[in-house]
Design a protein around this ligand. Structure first.
Ligand SMILES: Cc1cc2nc3c(=O)[nH]c(=O)nc-3n(C[C@H](O)[C@H](O)[C@H](O)COP(=O)(O)O)c2cc1C
Length: 173
């Protein structure tokens, strides 16, 4: 399933998904259950001389606890307009309350290079080894408009940088 690509290929697909319904960030909880969470923010680039995918996770998310205890995460990118209902569910319900893979009817496929699975039916996949987690502090924000808009009650993001160990794309008409 999927052809291995360079980490920098197909990033337009990621951008399009993030600008539309989102992508699935999967982490695994303490019981080993994969928990997909919809994300609208992510970056790919070079840090520490290696390809890095960065995601932003608020403390209030179940994913926050999962990703704090994990060594890896994956990002599965649907084609824009596809898996919309599934993205909506994974972006509104918490893995604390239910098994979202099951509830959304999603199928987990084993990761190629990491223990965390990916979500079947997407067109672009990233498998990442967590390199660093950094908690954002409001005091470090220079832009007041960003704080007002995104953090009126605090709850800033945990910034999680993952080294991309595998990137692959599914070509279909
Ligand atoms: C389109 C969309 C994009 C989202 N992007 C993010 C994000 O980048 N970071 C984040 O912490 N939450 C984001 N959320 C909110 C989480 O997906 C949502 O709170 C989810 O229910 C958390 O699941 P969890 O508790 O199982 O981790 C987004 C939601 C939607 C619908």
């Amino acid at each position: 399933m999927g052809r291995t690509i360079e980490w920098s290929e197909r990033t337009q697909l990621l951008r399009d998904a993030l600008s539309a319904g989102g992508a699935f960030l999967v982490s695994v909880d303490a019981s080993g259950r994969p928990n997909p969470m919809t994300i609208g923010w992510a970056q790919v680039g070079i840090v520490w001389g290696r390809p890095i995918l960065t995601v932003y996770v608020r403390k209030s998310r179940y994913t926050h606890a999962c990703i704090r205890a994990s060594k890896s995460f994956t990002v599965s990118v649907p084609r824009p307009g596809e898996l919309s209902k599934e993205l909506a569910l994974c972006g509104s319900k918490s893995g604390r309350e239910l098994d979202k893979m099951k509830a959304a009817g999603l199928v987990a496929l084993p990761g190629r290079r990491v223990d965390t699975p990916v979500v079947d039916g997407c067109v672009l996949y990233y498998e990442c080894r967590i390199v660093a987690r950094t908690q954002q502090e409001l005091v470090d924000f220079e832009a007041g408009d960003v704080v007002e808009r995104f953090y009126p009650t605090g709850n800033p993001h945990l910034v999680v940088c993952g080294e991309i160990l595998s990137a692959y794309a599914v070509d279909r008409p």
